[in-house]
Write a protein that binds this ligand. Structure first.
Ligand code: SF4
Length: 412
């Protein structure tokens, strides 16, 4: 009998399979394709009419940081992988078989982590088919324990062991924190904006416990917030937070500009950005106040009515974010900083969608939301250098506070 390993996955992963040539944005466009060391060595030994083609396109990666990006396939001038044929099918897979795909190509868009020895698999949102399956389910994301054959290849991104850490480390409570975060994000008694603000207040307090060596009070804090969420007390706090759309839009637009200056390869993201700008008539001649009035109008007239019916899409995005990134401990930053980065992702997506809703008006649809989230993930989420810069920018300008996060989250 084939050997299997235990695995925890969001339910959508059990439905996912690549739609190949039917895909509107093949993953081989816009990115240099990384080739791991083993696959590179296999290519050197190939005897096939593909060999000259491999020799001319697969090159050693001089800036490689390890075995995973040992070599690379450089894209053609149209930013498409040279290995794709006219039907957008991969010639390596067709002629040599799946086992000759590099780790990245054979596992994408799957993201694998190992927590306490158990494999956790989810999907990055830069694949449109994964976005549809993961985010368009109104029932929300559920998780299943399952098994997979040990023959399946995985490129493990992060490993976390919570039982094997010193007693004063926050990793001890990783499971409790992640489950609590997902429970808050899926608590539909509150609007998504409210859920995010509650989570921010919680992580601000968690951060204080960590900094004062009171880590053992974290379970008590979770219990307090769980009770609070079950009562009525939270809505009052939330109604006192002001709506400041000018600051929201200025700050987020600055972050987008910082990314645009560096050059964008995804045509799908460029389309969305153009629609956002048109949707709120973002011109050099307009004052910031005029633009933000139009931004608020697009929010009230088109985004809000649409999202009242489809808020589950962004909820699912955030739940997937938490799971895939081992939030709040996945990046080795402090827990409140992890929360800030999650809010930045959410608020940037929301800002684009508000402008796009203003552009498409009554025709604004889930297809537009899928296109934005997917192309945004490809342009922003996969760019760790840019995200580091964002973190620095927020810190330098002292925007890394709960007050600023509430401004980015709240629109009315
Ligand atoms: S982006 Fe997703 S659906 Fe499209 S080709 Fe890549 S893996 Fe397949």
């Amino acid at each position: 009998m084939a050997k299997t390993r235990a695995m925890l996955v969001p339910a959508y992963m059990q439905q996912f399979s690549c739609i190949g040539s039917a895909c509107e944005d093949t993953c081989c466009a816009g990115w240099q394709v990384a080739v791991d060391r083993n696959t590179y060595k296999k290519y050197n030994k190939v005897h096939s009419d593909l060999k000259p083609f491999l020799d001319s396109h697969v090159k050693r990666n001089r800036s490689s940081k390890g075995d995973e990006d040992y070599a690379k396939i450089a894209l053609k001038s149209d930013m498409i992988c040279p290995m794709l044929n006219e039907e957008k099918l991969c010639s390596i897979q067709l002629k040599l078989g799946e086992s000759y795909l590099s780790n990245v190509c054979s596992t994408y868009p799957r993201v694998s982590n190992i927590v306490n020895g158990i494999l956790e698999k989810s999907a990055t949102m830069s694949c449109p088919e994964a976005v549809r399956l993961a985010l368009l389910n109104p029932e929300g994301i559920e998780f299943n324990e399952t098994e997979e054959s040990t023959d399946i290849r995985n490129a493990v991104k992060k490993q976390l062991n919570t039982s094997d850490v010193p007693q004063n480390q926050i990793e001890l409570f990783f499971w409790e924190l992640r489950i609590f975060s997902i429970q808050v994000l899926q608590n539909r008694k509150y609007s998504l904006a409210e859920r995010l603000i509650i989570l921010g207040m919680f992580y601000q307090n968690t951060e204080k416990l960590i900094n004062t060596d009171h880590i053992f009070e974290v379970p008590q804090l979770i219990a307090t917030y769980t009770a609070l969420l079950g009562g009525q007390g939270v809505s009052d706090i939330l109604s006192e937070i002001p709506t400041l759309s000018t600051i929201q839009m200025e700050l987020l637009k600055n972050l987008v500009d910082t990314r645009v200056i560096k050059g964008i390869r995804s045509q799908r993201y460029i389309d969305c950005l153009g629609e956002f700008m048109y949707g709120i008539n973002y011109t050099k001649e307009s004052s910031v106040e005029e633009i933000s009035r139009r931004y608020q109008a697009a929010y009230n007239d088109y985004y809000k009515p649409f999202m009242e019916q489809h808020e589950y899409v962004l909820e699912n995005y955030l739940v997937n974010y938490v799971y895939m990134r081992l939030f709040p401990l996945g990046s080795g930053n402090n827990v409140f900083e992890e929360y800030i980065m999650m809010v930045i992702h959410y608020a940037m997506i929301k800002m684009h969608l508000i402008g796009m809703a203003g552009y498409h008006k009554k025709d604004f649809s889930l297809n537009h939301v899928v296109k934005l989230i997917q192309s945004f993930a490809k342009t922003i989420e996969h760019n760790s250098l840019y995200l580091r810069e964002v973190r620095e920018l927020l810190r330098k300008n002292e925007y890394n506070s709960m007050a600023y996060m509430a401004i980015l989250i709240k629109n009315n």
